[in-house]
Design a protein around this ligand. Structure first.
Ligand SMILES: [Zn+2]
Length: 400
């Protein structure tokens, strides 16, 4: 049960018959509204909330930076493993032209546990009052909560849950309950072990499949309106009636089982023009080292959501935490250890401080503002550069 959205849809269907049909229609309408099919790159600002009980769960900044890099590679189709896509799917593969920018990392230590059930998702992680961390302006930021998600218990069996996300609120005027229950609960929740780079979680499950940060790629797909390519019809066995509202993903009768079975063809085998199951798709439940592609139809939905239902995410946010000064830019950013300042403003720079995420000054410069600044072996992560004690710019240090 990697992602829970099928349970959410199932729940809604039970309480609101007709929900699935309504959902399909909403998704199709969103695709049709995709009038801005241009090449513009949309950039989404990401706020991570690390809500932890133990130090192990309090994962390092560098892993979050790596998660952003993973999102950027996969949503720009710059991931090296696109070469594994079978030829038959090349005509539909697409660059989503969506990029992600690390805006802030918030850390909250908690005493609470976050356990999903068939009647509720652990949204307490998104609420400071309930032992979690309140969202930052959900109209303008993609909030991603990283925590330990307790397994779902069903008939005495424990099933791990890697993450979950609600679809956009276009669905709120359709049968009730499809979108997040409240604006502040929008965003993505992922288990901290999906971000680790040592396959810890899955090894623990007696399986040796690497976690590559693609749980978040998948959940952000839901957040931007995508459904599982099976259309969630095959939860109890192969069922070819499901529909993900996307024309160019093949009909698939059930989710993959966290594997990479390229022989699998659950629906339409032998019919003219039939395609095998698209296990390479990020919205299947195939293993993360199997996935490498979104389709053109999926990209059209995500981009139309970003110009309509979630358009605040790609708007410029006038600075509340930044003193907004245009004309001062740090390049390169992200950097692996040095940067220079491009200054076309009329500000005369006389001091520059590097601060960590907690606001501690870790390096200072008092001269040489027209040259390169070399950073003292700083670990990968998010930093702030404060200019003249008042202008704050974000600087991301990535692993070389
Ligand atoms: Zn999912």
């Amino acid at each position: 049960m990697p992602c829970l959205y099928d349970i959410v849809v199932q729940q809604r269907e039970e309480s609101n018959p007709g929900y699935k049909q309504a959902l399909y229609r909403a998704i199709e309408d969103a695709a049709k509204e995709s009038h801005l099919r241009n090449d513009e790159i949309y950039t989404i600002k990401v706020v991570f909330h690390v809500v932890y009980k133990t130090e192990e769960e309090n994962i390092h900044d560098s892993l979050l930076v790596r998660q952003i890099e993973r999102l950027n590679r996969d949503y720009r189709r710059q991931n090296a493993d696109t070469i594994n896509l079978r030829d038959v799917f090349h005509p539909v593969a697409a660059d989503a032209r969506i990029e992600f920018e690390l805006n802030e990392i918030r850390r909250v230590q908690t005493t609470k546990t976050f356990r999903p059930s068939f009647t509720g998702l652990p949204d307490q992680v998104k609420q400071t009052a309930n032992g979690g961390s309140d969202a930052k302006d959900p109209d303008h930021y993609l909030n991603i909560w990283v925590c330990k998600i307790e397994p779902l218990t069903f008939l005495g069996l424990e099933s791990p849950v890697l993450g979950y996300a609600y679809p956009p609120d276009a669905l709120s005027h359709w049968p009730a309950g499809s979108a997040a229950p409240a604006k502040e609960l929008e965003g993505v929740v992922i288990d901290y072990r999906t971000v680790r780079d040592d396959s810890y979680y899955i090894k623990q499950l007696n399986n040796n499949i690497p976690m590559l940060g693609r749980t978040t790629v998948h959940e952000v797909g839901h957040f931007l309106g995508l459904r599982h390519i099976s259309g969630d019809a095959g939860i109890l066995g192969v069922n070819c009636e499901g529909n993900d509202g996307v024309d160019d993903t093949p009909t698939q009768g059930m989710q993959s089982q966290f594997d990479c079975n390229k022989e699998q063809n659950t629906c339409g085998a032998g019919e003219p023009g039939d395609l095998p199951d698209m296990v390479e798709n990020y919205m299947d439940y195939s293993s993360e080292d199997c996935q490498n592609t979104f389709t053109k139809g999926q990209v059209a939905i995500m981009r139309s959501v970003l110009t309509t239902l979630r358009k605040g995410l790609i708007e410029d946010v006038s600075g509340t935490d930044d003193v907004k000064i245009s004309g001062i830019t740090l390049v390169p950013n992200p950097t692996s250890g040095y940067f220079s300042i491009k200054n076309t403003s009329d500000v005369i720079i006389h001091s520059l401080e590097i601060m960590d995420i907690r606001g501690r000054i870790i390096q200072q410069f008092n001269s040489g503002f027209d040259g390169y600044f070399t950073l003292d072996n700083l670990e990968a992560g998010l930093y702030f550069v404060r200019i003249n004690h008042q202008i704050t710019k974000k600087l991301v240090i990535a692993n070389p």
